[in-house]
Ligand binder design. Structure first.
Ligand SMILES: [Zn+2]
Length: 187
């Protein structure tokens, strides 16, 4: 967590909070993976579905972090939902980029990792496990229509712009007020 916060950070935080709430809307309960049932869900995803291995490189004995398959930001508008999280080691948790500098989706990322580690033959098994998690397991991700996906994008982008504008307005307001205070002090 950075100490230096910008208007864009505030706006991105608002977008993540929105994607969390929409994830909970589909899940029909809270999903705070730090405590209670949500925490045990995350433990079970790690142990029962992924056997305590990184979902991408398959290494064991790594400290496994939560990776959102559909990125939890304005790149892919993934929801914070048990069906969207998989265990990833530190190295695999930072998403690779393609030649055109845009982020890989999770399938491209998996392919990149397998190729990098000379394990192309492992791609299909890992891909199948992740697919099972998303589409068949009890944690499965909600199936969203194109309309629903589009609505999430539009609303999240709108929220981002509004928070950024509000934030910049707040700074401006303070600067103007402060000028007025100093004028009063000096008169
Ligand atoms: Zn890994």
């Amino acid at each position: 967590m950075s100490i230096y916060n910008t208007a864009a950070d505030a706006a991105n935080t608002a977008v993540r909070a929105f994607l969390t709430q929409i994830g909970e809307y589909y899940l029909e309960r809270s999903f705070n993976s730090g405590s209670g049932k949500s925490k045990s869900d995350w433990e079970r995803i790690k142990t029962e579905i992924f056997n305590n291995l990184c979902a991408y490189c398959g290494k064991e004995g790594q400290k496994l972090q939560m990776d959102h398959l559909i990125m939890f930001n304005r790149t892919e508008f993934g929801l914070h939902h048990p069906g969207n999280i998989v265990p990833a080691c530190n190295g695999c948790n930072s998403r690779s980029k393609k030649e055109d500098k845009t982020y890989s989706n999770w399938e491209e990322h998996l392919s990149y990792i397998c190729e990098k580690n000379n394990e192309k033959d492992k791609f299909y098994d890992r891909w199948k496990r992740i697919k099972y998690h998303i589409t068949e397991s009890e944690f499965k991700y909600p199936v969203l229509s194109d309309e629903e996906k589009k609505a999430i994008q539009i609303i999240a982008n709108n929220l981002y712009d509004n928070v950024k504008t509000e934030f910049e307005g707040a700074i401006k307001l303070y600067e103007e007020l402060d000028k007025a205070f100093s004028k009063r002090k000096n008169s």
